[in-house]
Structure formats: C-alpha cells, structure tokens
Design a protein around this ligand. Structure first.
Ligand SMILES: Cc1cc2nc3c(=O)[nH]c(=O)nc-3n(C[C@H](O)[C@H](O)[C@H](O)COP(=O)(O)OP(=O)(O)OC[C@H]3O[C@@H](n4cnc5c(N)ncnc54)[C@H](O)[C@@H]3O)c2cc1C
Length: 481
C-alpha cells in the first residue's frame, strides 16, 4: 500500500481559514501538518514587539481552535524555521512544505535557507500568494519601475485588479499518526508580557478571524458611510480598527474589497466619497508593501537620500516624556497614552505625535518608529516605515518637511470639544474645551476651577511650539543646500 501523501503547512501571519491559498492547496494532500514555529531570537533586525506578541498569543489560540473544529490542529514548535520544518517533514514522511509568502524582505534569508535545506532533502516547496492583493511584478509603471506616487499606483491598481475570494474549507485533512514529541504549548512560547501592561488590550481587542470578519461586516454596513468626515476625528470610533487583524492575516484585504464591490459596485465606478476614501486607505497598505519590497533598505534608511545627513539630536529626557505622554501638549500626550493603554493610536494622532517627535523635538524618526514597533498591536514593517518616513518628509509621496503639524490647532480642529484629550488625559477633563489643547494659556481662575496645578498635575510644554518650528525649518534649509 502506498503511504499517504503528506504536507507540512507552515503558518505565519496568515491566521485564517478564508482566502488562505496555502491552506487550500494543502487539501490536495491526504495528511497535513499545520505548524507555527516560534523563534525566540530570530536573526531579523525588526523582531516582533511586545504588543504584537500579545496579539499573536491570542490569535494563535483562536486559529488553533478553528483548525480543531475542522478535524485538524496547529502544531506549535520552538526553533529555527528552516531546521524545524525539514525535521517535521522527515518525522512525518512528508513530501512537501507549503506556505504563503510574507513580502517582508527581512524574512528573505530564512526563506533562502529553507529552500536550500528542503532541496537537500528532496522536498517540494510551494509558496502561495500571501496577504497582498497583487504580487510585486503585477504593479509596475509602464517603464518597469516601481511607483513612488500613491495616486498613480492607485490608478494602475484599479485597472489590473479583480477580487477573487475563496471560501473556507469545510473539512481539513487529518494530522498523521505518530505525534512529533518536540512540540510546545502556547504558554511555552512566552508571548505575554512579564509586566501586566496589557490589561487595556483585553478591553479593546478580540483577536481571531471570526472577530475580524464580524468587525469588517459591521463597519462596511454602518461606519464606512461616514468615513470621510469621521476618520479624522480621534474622539469618534470613525475607522474600521481592522489594522491588527490585517497585520496578522486574520482577514485578507481581498475579502474587504470583495465586500465593497458586492455592496457598492466595481472599484473603478464607485461614486460615494466615503467608500472611495476607505478603499484608498486599504490600498495605502498595499502601497507601503510595494515600497518596502522595492526599497528594502527603508526600515532603517530614508528613501530620499538628502535626509541621511539631517542633524537629528538625541535627547533622552524629551524622548521619555514623549513615550510617557508627558510633553505638555495634550493632543500628543493623549495619543501616546492611548497607544500605551490600547496598543493602537488613531491615524491622525499618529501623524501628529510623529511630527512632534521629529520636528518639535528634533529626534530621529527611527527612534519613534521603534517605539511604535514595540507598542502597536498592528505594528507592520511596511506601514510603520512608510508612516514615519511620510511624516519625516523623507519617504515616497511624503508630506513636505515644512508641513509641521501644529499640536494646538490640530487638537482644536479635529476635536473641538476636547473629548479625546479629556478621555486620555483625565487630569484635564474639567478644563473648558477652549483651553484643553493649550492649558498653559488658560487664565489662572479657570485652571483653579478645573483643579489643575500646571507643573504638578500636568506638565508645562517641554518645548515652545514657535521656536521649535523655526529651528526645524532652519535645519531643513541646511540639508537642501
Ligand atoms: C507614524 C505612523 C505609523 C504607522 N504605523 C502603522 C503600522 O505599524 N501598522 C499599520 O497597519 N498602520 C500604520 N500606520 C497607518 C495607519 O495609521 C493605520 O493603518 C490606521 O490607523 C489603522 O486603523 P484602522 O484599521 O482603523 O484604519 P482604517 O482607516 O479603517 O483603514 C483601513 C485599513 O487601511 C490600511 N491603512 C489605513 N491608513 C493607512 C496608512 N496611512 N498606511 C498604510 N495602511 C493604511 C490599514 O490596513 C487599515 O486597517 C501608521 C501611520 C503613521 C502616520
């Protein structure tokens, strides 16, 4: 009797059953071993941050349960992926290793090592389309070069793309007998933080595919219809909050676009400005990956070379004040505290806090990118790099350097009632909206009435807005020479 055809299915950030090409491909085998490999100290420079690990822990749990319901399981293993995958294949007598591509150039050495190791053992390797809508080669300019301007990228995208969603399987091939003994438990992976700073995360998030799909459906039925105006108001729940689900592959962006097409019509013929805006934002993620793949040095180096010599400064005291939400500018402090408490920050406030660190405090964008990397549950190398470089003025299609977000008027404009500041800086909550984004200008009787003693209950601004702005602009003039 022939031995059953067996495959190892390597799961990474594709923790879903729907639209999972490698999983679907694995149905061609009689036995399949879905496995997740955790490397404690991977050689990649941008190792998973603490908040992302929290998400991963819960997402792995949810995915393991989903696989079990379909007759399979998720085998957890600790070690180096290329070694462990080949070891698993040998243990189970598998002929093939399957996975979905990650599009993160930092993971290329692992893939190369895996291909070599598998080749030496005569194993077949099958890499399928991962969490992007289009492969790298499908979206190039007519002259074969990558896009650096978003609008042109978007125009090309809607011409070439058609969503093709795939339903989830109803049953999965069983795991082979003869269990592999070197498996780990979820607790062995040690993904949860040692200090319990994640209490707020539990209040805000429900990792897992089922929650991702429900959130998408609810948002595309209600929230999206006000997206164009609500998305900029940080005190409202005006955006989808799908970013961590997308980042861990709990939902494929294809499914979001398919839902949009089914409900509102073909992408090229959308008329509602809210739907168009939301679709364009989803495509910013794709554009970020386009840039990361074509310019793999950008997580550490500016895309615009002139910025390599920008005279950033190191200031540990200011940087700490920024991370702790103690700069004395309530919109910045509210954002940084929201990030610490929930692992997420509103997009407009990400731009304001990033601009403040780079331009008001003169600190290198990379320092901020690293802090976000550790504290965001949606930390994504492509979008984080792109977001920081956009704000710093050194990325593709970036905000010009001289666009310095005003940390007072931004709060007043996008949250005129001061609700966001009051929510995240509760010491200011009794201050009238007129003063909440500039408490140092409030008359002393208003501060007294609100129970605030500046310098004790809430800090004075650590830098002067006007002076910092002028200093940043003069430094910019220097690098232009
Ligand atoms: C300094 C800075 C750092 C950032 N770091 C990250 C990061 O690490 N991970 C991350 O996913 N996003 C990052 N962003 C982009 C953006 O802030 C988040 O994607 C967005 O706030 C997520 O909330 P949402 O899911 O409610 O977005 P929605 O407004 O509902 O948008 C839907 C989806 O579109 C994508 N998207 C929206 N805006 C952007 C954008 N500007 N760039 C790329 N994709 C976008 C996201 O996948 C998002 O989930 C960063 C932005 C800045 C300015």
């Amino acid at each position: 009797m022939n031995s059953p055809k067996t495959a190892i299915l390597w799961i990474r950030r594709d923790l879903r059953l729907h639209d999972n090409q490698a999983l679907l491909h694995s149905l061609n085998f009689q036995q399949v071993v879905p496995c997740f490999i955790w490397e404690d100290t991977p050689s990649t420079e941008w190792r998973m941050g603490a908040a992302s690990k929290w998400w991963l822990h819960h997402s792995l749990h949810a995915f393991q349960q989903s696989l079990k319901k379909l007759g399979s399981d998720l085998v957890l293993v600790k070690g180096t992926p290329e070694k462990k995958l080949v070891e698993l294949a040998q243990h189970y007598g598998a002929s093939s290793i399957l996975w979905n591509r990650s599009y993160n150039p930092q993971e290329a050495p692992t893939i190369q090592a895996l291909m070599r190791a598998a080749g030496q053992q005569g194993l077949e390797v099958i890499a399928c389309q991962g969490n992007l809508l289009c492969e790298k080669s499908a979206l190039l300019k007519d002259d074969g070069n990558p896009y650096k301007v978003y609008t042109a990228f978007w125009r090309k995208f809607i011409k070439v793309y058609t969503p093709t969603c795939q339903a989830k399987p109803t049953q999965l091939p069983a795991l082979p007998q003869a269990p592999y003994t070197k498996t780990a438990t979820l607790a062995d992976l040690n993904l949860l933080p040692d200090i319990p700073w994640d209490a707020g995360f539990n209040e805000y998030w429900h990792p897992g595919e089922e929650h991702a799909l429900t959130k998408m459906r609810t948002f595309l039925k209600q929230g999206v219809l006000r997206y164009k105006s609500d998305r900029d108001q940080p005190h409202l729940a005006g955006t989808s909050m799908l970013s961590p689900h997308l980042q861990f592959g709990e939902i494929h962006p294809q499914r979001i676009l398919q839902h949009i097409v089914d409900t509102f019509g073909p992408l090229g013929q959308l008329t509602d400005p809210n739907i168009i805006q939301f679709t364009k934002e989803v495509l910013w993620r794709e554009f970020s990956y386009h840039l990361l793949q074509h310019f793999p040095h950008t997580p550490n180096q500016p895309l615009v070379k002139a910025f390599q010599h920008f005279p950033y400064q190191k200031n540990k005291v200011w940087f700490k004040a920024w991370t702790k939400g103690q700069t004395g500018y309530p919109i910045v402090d509210a954002g940084m505290r929201q990030l610490w408490h929930t692992g997420w920050m509103h997009n407009r406030v990400r731009m304001i806090t990033a601009s403040f660190l780079i331009k008001h405090l003169g600190v290198h964008w990379l320092e901020g990118a690293k802090w976000f990397w550790d504290t965001l549950v949606d930390a994504d190398l492509a979008s984080n790099t792109q977001g920081w470089q956009w704000t710093a003025g050194c990325g593709a299609d970036a905000a010009p350097f001289f666009r310095i977000f005003n940390p007072i008027t931004q709060g007043e404009k996008f949250d005129p009632q001061g609700l966001y500041a009051a929510r995240w800086c509760p010491e200011l909550r009794h201050l009238p909206a007129k003063w909440i984004y500039k408490p140092w200008e409030a008359p002393s009787h208003e501060l007294k009435k609100a129970g605030i003693h500046l310098g004790t209950d809430y800090p004075y601004p650590i830098v002067d807005h006007k002076e910092s702005r002028e200093r940043a602009l003069s430094q910019y003039e220097e690098i232009k020479k």
